[in-house]
Design a protein around this ligand. Structure first.
Ligand SMILES: Cc1cc2nc3c(=O)[nH]c(=O)nc-3n(C[C@H](O)[C@H](O)[C@H](O)COP(=O)(O)OP(=O)(O)OC[C@H]3O[C@@H](n4cnc5c(N)ncnc54)[C@H](O)[C@@H]3O)c2cc1C
Ligand code: SF4
Ligand code: SF4
Length: 1024
C-alpha cells in the first residue's frame, strides 16, 4: 500500500464531510489502513472513509466526492474475495447504521431493506412470518444485502432459489451525478416510468421509507431509455455472448435488457455491478417460504472423478443442494476437535469425496422418497449402499456446518503459502465437471501446487484454491499461468470464469478473452452512460488493472517486516518476531468476526459496529504497523492502544476465528511494547499488583470496604484512580480462604461420604479473587471434593520443595498467582516470574500425577494457555495437561468411571452463563456434564457472548458504558426474563459482578451449586 499522506483534495474533502455529515468521517492513517483490504489478496489505501447515518449523509458524501473529483466506493461487510471493495476512493461503509428492515409484505412475499442489513439478521427478523431470503451465502453472518446485490451473490441452494439477480425486485439508487432512480421492472413502452418517483413495484413499501420515495429525474429517465435501446440494438450479439450456465456473474448483466426476455427488470443491471454504476439506498427483495422439512443424503465415492460424474444425474431428482467435499477437506475436518464427531458419525470409511444432497419438499414423506430414489440412482451408477441418510434437523445442521466451514478449514494452514482465490468459482456444465476437475488438478501438479475441492456441484461451480505464497514473484507468475490455463479450459467447456464471487480486480481483465471484445465494449458503454466521469468504484468490471499487478497486492514487493522482539512464543508461525508476523498475517479478512449473533466473537464489535473494534480491524492494524505502513513506532502508538482499547481479551477469536487469530495474546504484546514508553496508569497498576498486595489489603478489609461505601468516595476515586464511580468495587472478605483440616477428610467430617474407590488426591489452586473476595467458593469446592472422597491439598509456594515441605521458592511469602492481572496490564516479565514460581511449586505434585484444580476460569486457564507461551517447554506443557477447572476434573472422573451421579439433588431451574475463556477452551460441555450430576436440576445454558465485565474493563470509567452495553446484548436481558426462583450460575468472578450490577440478581459459582445440592443430602455418588 503506498503510504500516502493526505493530499490537499482529501484534506478539503475530509473537512467538508466532517462539517456536514451526521455519521463518521475517518481520514486518519489507521482508519484508512483498516479499509484498504477485503477478503482478496489486494490492498489499496482509500482516500478516506465515511460511515453514513442517514440517507442525507449518503447523498451529501456522494456530492462532496463528486465535486472534489474523488471516486466513491460503497461497502458492506467487505468480505469480497476478488478485490471489489478496495480502491483509491472515498469508501462509504453502510454496515454500521443503514441496516434496517424497512417493511415486509407477507402477502406479496416481499420486503424492503436498507443496504447495510446482514443476511442472517434479516432472516432472523423475518422468521416470524414463515418467510426467508433464500440466497444463502456462506458468509450469511456478515454479508450485507447491499454487498450481496453488488456482487450478485449466490447461495448453496441456488439450484432451487436462483441467485441475487433472481431475487432482487427493485433497487432505489443514487447515480454518480446525484440523480435518483428506482430500478425495477419496466414494460417495453416505458409506461411505468412515466410515474418515476413512484416506484413500479410495491410502491407502498417505498413510500413508507423515511426518505419518502425517489425523485423524478428526467436525466435518469433518459438513462433507462438508453439501456433499453442498447438491449434492442445488440440483441443478436447479447443472445450468444454468454455461456448458458446458471452461475454466470461476470460483467454487467446486459442480457437482462434483451427484448425477448419479457419485461425488463432494471434492478438486474445493478446486480453484480460491484458499486461501479450506482449506490443502492433501498433494496426490495423477493422472499420464499421457509422449508418445512428437509432430508439429507451423504453420498460416498471411492474416486473423486466418479463423484464428479454423478451430479448431472442427481439433479434430475430435484434436490435443493448438491455440494461436494473432497478427501483433503474430510481429513482436515477429522483432525479438528469440534468437527471430528460429525465426521465419525456420518462418514463411512475413507471416501475420496462426498456429495451432500438435500431435499426440501413440504412433505417429509416426499423427501424420504427422494432419498430412497437417490440410493437407487447411485446403485445404478455403480455405487450401491453408498448413501448415509440424515433425516433429523440436528444431524443435518452438524453436517452443513462442516461444509460451510470448508474454506475456513482450509485457511487454517499456518505456512507462508496459503490457498489463494482467483479461479475458485469457475462454473462448467455438469457433463464436463469430471473432465474439468481432472484437468485442472493436472495443471496444479504441473505448477507444483495442489488444491482442495468443495462447494456447489449442483451448478458445476466448484471452489478450489491452489496453495501459493504471493509474497514471491514466482508464485504471482504461477497464479497468472494457472488462471490463464483454467479460464481457457472453462471457455472450451462453454463455462463461466466468474460463477459466484464476482469480478473485482481478479477476473475483470479476463472478460475480453471470455466474452469477446465487443461484449466488453458494451460493458464500457453501460459504465460510461451511468458514470461518465468514472467516479464509481473505478477499475472493476471494466478498465481494470492486471490481476497479477503486485503493486496492488497486500504483500507487494516492498512488503517487509523488520526485526521484532516479542514477549510470547509464536514459533508455531513463520516470520519475524519469532513467528508473531505469521500469526498476525493469518487474518485473511473473511469477516467471520463481524458476525452479530451466536457464540462469543467479537463483543466489542457487536456493541460499536466499528471496523476498528473487530478482530479483523485489529489484525489489519497490527499487520500494517509491523510492516511499517503506519509510520514509525506505530506498534506501541496511542492509535494502536485505541485500536486495542475495547478488546476485552475474551479469547473468542482464539477459538472462533477460522484461522485462529488470538487477539487477546496480541494485545498483551502491544501493551508490553507500550509500557516501555509510558508510565502505567495508576488504575492499571492497582489491578496488576493486586495479587501482591492482597494479603496485606485483606487485613484492612473492613476499613477499605467502609471507605468505598462512603458517599462521594466513588467520585473521588474515579478522579484519582480512573475506576468508574457508577460501579461498586468488589468487597474484600474479612476472612480470606485458608485450607482447613487434613488433606483427606475423615468419613465423619461434614457428612463426608465414603471415598470413591481409588479416588486421587488433587491440588487446589486458590486464585487471588476467590481467596480474598469470595472464599466461600473455595470452601465449597473443598467440601464437594472431600464429600466425594478426594484428598485436597493446597497448591502453595510451600509445596515447591515436595509434598508439603518448607518453602524454598523466591517470593514464597505471597500466595501463588497465575499472573493474569499482570498480563492484562502488559507486565509480561512479572507474569513470567509468577509462572516460574507456580511451575516450581506444582512440579512435585505433577510428578505424582496430581491434577491442579482451580475455580476461576481466567486464572486456571492461564496455566493452560499463556504459561506455555511464556515458558515454552516440557514442564509448562505438563502443567497445561494437568490443570483443570473443577467441573473438568469431575467430568473426567465420570468418564474414567470413578464417579457416577447423582451426587446431590436440587429441584428447579438453573441458568448457566459460561465465562468467555470457558467457551474459548471448549469447557462448557464439562460444566453441563457436572451439573447433570445433580438430580432434579434443569440446566439451561444462556446463549450469551461476553458479559462485558472482563476483569478491569467493566470498572474503568472510560469503558464502563461499553461494558454494560456488552452485557445488554444478550446476557442481562436473558437473566432479567428468568423466573425469580431460578438459580443463576457463573464461574467467572467478573461475570458474577456484572450480573449483580446489571440485574440485581445473585449468581453462584458452580462449586456452590454442587455443594448445596450435596448438603441437601439426597445425593450419594456411586462407586464404580
Ligand atoms: C469465507 C467466504 C465465503 C464466501 N461464500 C460466498 C458464497 O457462498 N456465495 C457468494 O456469493 N459469495 C461468497 N463470498 C463472497 C462474499 O462474501 C459475498 O459476495 C457477499 O455477498 C459480499 O457481501 P459484503 O457485505 O461483504 O459486500 P462487500 O464485499 O462489502 O461489497 C460487495 C460489492 O458490493 C458493492 N456494494 C456494497 N454496498 C453497496 C451499496 N449500498 N450500493 C452499491 N454497491 C454496493 C461493493 O462496492 C462491492 O463491489 C464468500 C466470501 C468469503 C470470505
Ligand atoms: S480475524 Fe479471523 S475471523 Fe476476523 S477476518 Fe481475520 S481471519 Fe476472519
Ligand atoms: S479477544 Fe474478544 S474482544 Fe478481543 S478481538 Fe478477540 S473476540 Fe474481540
Amino acid at each position: 500500500m503506498p503510504a500516502t499522506n493526505p493530499t490537499p483534495t482529501s484534506h478539503h474533502l475530509a473537512a467538508r464531510l466532517a462539517r456536514e455529515l451526521e455519521g463518521e468521517v475517518l481520514f486518519d492513517r489507521f482508519s484508512r489502513g483498516r479499509y484498504a483490504t477485503d477478503a482478496s489478496h489486494y490492498q489499496i489505501e482509500p482516500v478516506g472513509v465515511v460511515v453514513p447515518k442517514t440517507d442525507a449523509d449518503v447523498r451529501m458524501a456522494l456530492a462532496a466526492a463528486r465535486e472534489e473529483g474523488v471516486p466513491l466506493l460503497p461497502r458492506g461487510g467487505g468480505t469480497s474475495q476478488s478485490g471489489q471493495t478496495v480502491g483509491r476512493a472515498l469508501v462509504m461503509d453502510f454496515s454500521k447504521y443503514l441496516k434496517r428492515l424497512i417493511s415486509v409484505d407477507p402477502g406479496a412475499r416481499t420486503c424492503v431493506v436498507e443496504p447495510g442489513i446482514v443476511l442472517e439478521d434479516l432472516n432472523r427478523q423475518l422468521s416470524a412470518t414463515g418467510l426467508w431470503f433464500p440466497v444463502d451465502v456462506s458468509t450469511a453472518s456478515r454479508a450485507t444485502i447491499g454487498g450481496m446485490a453488488g456482487n450478485n451473490s449466490c447461495g448453496t441452494r441456488s439450484i432451487r432459489y436462483g441467485i441475487m439477480r433472481d431475487n432482487v425486485m427493485s433497487i432505489a439508487a443514487i447515480l454518480a451525478d446525484g440523480s435518483e432512480l428506482n430500478f425495477g421492472e419496466v414494460g417495453r413502452n416505458l409506461a411505468p416510468l412515466g410515474a418515476i418517483g413512484a416506484p413500479p413495484a410495491n410502491p407502498a413499501s417505498f413510500a413508507a421509507t423515511p426518505a419518502g420515495g425517489v425523485s423524478a429525474d428526467p436525466g435518469a429517465l433518459g438513462l433507462v431509455r438508453d439501456m433499453l435501446a442498447l438491449g434492442r440494438r445488440e440483441a443478436a450479439h447479447i443472445a450468444q455472448a454468454f455461456p448458458q450456465v446458471s452461475r454466470r456473474v461476470g460483467g454487467y448483466l446486459i442480457d437482462a435488457l434483451l427484448p425477448a426476455a419479457g419485461p425488463v427488470n432494471l434492478a438486474t443491471l445493478l446486480c453484480g455491478s460491484e458499486g461501479t454504476l450506482a449506490v443502492s439506498r433501498r433494496i426490495e427483495l423477493k422472499l420464499s417460504p421457509l422449508p418445512k422439512n428437509k432430508a439429507l443424503g451423504i453420498c460416498h465415492f471411492g474416486s473423486f472423478r466418479k463423484a464428479m460424474q454423478a451430479p448431472q444425474h442427481i439433479v434430475k431428482l430435484k434436490p435443493v443442494a448438491v455440494e461436494v467435499v473432497d478427501r483433503t477437506l474430510i481429513e482436515l475436518a477429522r483432525a479438528i476437535g469440534m468437527f471430528r464427531p460429525v465426521i465419525e458419525s456420518y462418514v463411512r470409511g475413507e471416501p475420496d469425496a462426498l456429495l451432500l444432497v438435500e431435499f426440501a419438499e413440504d412433505e417429509q414423506a416426499e423427501n424420504l422418497r427422494r432419498l430412497a430414489r437417490l440410493d437407487e440412482l447411485l446403485a445404478d451408477l455403480g455405487h450401491p449402499n453408498s448413501v448415509v441418510k440424515v433425516a433429523d434437523a440436528a444431524g443435518q445442521k452438524a453436517v452443513w456446518d462442516v461444509r460451510a466451514s470448508g474454506l475456513n478449514i482450509m485457511m487454517s494452514m499456518k505456512s507462508e503459502g496459503k490457498p489463494v482465490s482467483f479461479i475458485e468459482d469457475c462454473a462448467v456444465p455438469l457433463e464436463h465437471l469430471a473432465d474439468y476437475t481432472e484437468r485442472l488438478t493436472a495443471i496444479f501438479e504441473k505448477h507444483g501446487t495442489r488444491g482442495t475441492w468443495y462447494a456447489h456441484a449442483s451448478v458445476g461451480c466448484l471452489h478450489v484454491r491452489p496453495v501459493l505464497n504471493l509474497k514471491l514473484e514466482k508464485d504471482a507468475a504461477t497464479m497468472r499461468a494457472i488462471a490463464e490455463a483454467a479460464f481457457a479450459m472453462v471457455r472450451e467447456y462453454k463455462g463461466s470464469h466468474s460463477g459466484e464471487h464476482g469480478d473485482g480486480l481478479v477476473r475483470s481483465e479476463f472478460h475480453a478473452s471470455m466474452y469477446g471484445t465487443h461484449t466488453v465494449r458494451l460493458f464500457e458503454e453501460v459504465k460510461d452512460r451511468f458514470d461518465p466521469k468514472g467516479l464509481m468504484n473505478p477499475g472493476k468490471i471494466v478498465r481494470s488493472p492486471r490481476m497479477d499487478d503486485r503493486a496492488l497486492f497486500r504483500f507487494r514487493p516492498s512488503y517487509r517486516v523488520g526485526p521484532l522482539t516479542m514477549q510470547f512464543d509464536w514459533s508455531a508461525y513463520p516470520g519475524a518476531g519469532g513467528g508473531f508476523q505469521g500469526a498476525v498475517e493469518m487474518c485473511n479478512n473473511n469477516g467471520e468476526c463481524r458476525k452479530l449473533a451466536s457464540e462469543v466473537m467479537c463483543p466489542s464489535f457487536r456493541v460499536t459496529g466499528n471496523e476498528r473494534d473487530v478482530t479483523r480491524g485489529r489484525a489489519n492494524t497490527l499487520r500494517l504497523a509491523i510492516s511499517g505502513q503506519l509510520g514509525p513506532d506505530a506498534f506501541a502508538s496511542r492509535e494502536m492502544l485505541e485500536t486495542m482499547k475495547l478488546c476485552v481479551s475474551c479469547k473468542g477469536c482464539r477459538r472462533e476465528c477460522p484461522t485462529g487469530v488470538d487477539m487477546a495474546k496480541m494485545k498483551i504484546e502491544v501493551l508490553a511494547a507500550a509500557n516501555k514508553q509510558r508510565r502505567l496508569p495508576l488504575r492499571d497498576r492497582l489491578i496488576a499488583y493486586l495479587p501482591r498486595y492482597a494479603p496485606y489489603a485483606a487485613r484492612l478489609a473492613a476499613l477499605i470496604n467502609a471507605a468505598n461505601a462512603v458517599l462521594g468516595a466513588a467520585r473521588l476515586s474515579e478522579r484519582l484512580t480512573g475506576f468508574s464511580s457508577k460501579r461498586p468495587l468488589p468487597r474484600w472478605h474479612p476472612r480470606p480462604f485458608r485450607l482447613a483440616g487434613e488433606a483427606r477428610a475423615s468419613a465423619t467430617e461434614g457428612g463426608a461420604r465414603a471415598a470413591v474407590a481409588g479416588a486421587p488426591e488433587v491440588a487446589l489452586f486458590a486464585d487471588t479473587f476467590n481467596t480474598y473476595f469470595e472464599p466461600e467458593n473455595l470452601d465449597a469446592a473443598v467440601e464437594v471434593l472431600r464429600r466425594l472422597g478426594y484428598g485436597v491439598r493446597l497448591l502453595s509456594a510451600e509445596t515447591g520443595k515436595g509434598g508439603g515441605g518448607r518453602a524454598a521458592l523466591p517470593g514464597a511469602r505471597h500466595p501463588l498467582c497465575c499472573g493474569r492481572t499482570f498480563l492484562s496490564a502488559g507486565l509480561v516479565e512479572e507474569a513470567r516470574a509468577e509462572a516460574r514460581r507456580l511451575l516450581a511449586a506444582a512440579r512435585p505434585l505433577l510428578d505424582r500425577g496430581m491434577a491442579i484444580v482451580g475455580l476461576e476460569p481466567s486464572c486456571l486457564l492461564t496455566l493452560r494457555d499463556e504459561f506455555v507461551s511464556l515458558l515454552p517447554g516440557a514442564a509448562s506443557e505438563r502443567l497445561a495437561s494437568q490443570a483443570l477447572l473443577l467441573e473438568e476434573f469431575l467430568a473426567r472422573e465420570v468418564e474414567t468411571g470413578r464417579l457416577a451421579g447423582p451426587i446431590g439433588s436440587r429441584e428447579g431451574k438453573l441458568l448457566l452463563h459460561g465465562h468467555c475463556h470457558q467457551k474459548a477452551f471448549g469447557v462448557m460441555g464439562a460444566v453441563q456434564q457436572t451439573l447433570a450430576l445433580v438430580r432434579g436440576l434443569s440446566v439451561e445454558t444462556v446463549a450469551s457472548s461476553c458479559c462485558g465485565m472482563a476483569g478491569a474493563f467493566g470498572y474503568a470509567a472510560e469503558t464502563y458504558d461499553v461494558s454494560l452495553a456488552m452485557g445488554e446484548l444478550s446476557l442481562l436481558p436473558a437473566l432479567r426474563r428468568a423466573p425469580a426462583h431460578a438459580l443463576i450460575a457463573a464461574d467467572g468472578f467478573s461475570c458474577r459482578h456484572q450480573i449483580r450490577d446489571g440485574t440485581g440478581r445473585k449468581a453462584l459459582h458452580v462449586a456452590r451449586v454442587l455443594r448445596d445440592a450435596m448438603r441437601a443430602g439426597a445425593g450419594r455418588a456411586s462407586s464404580c
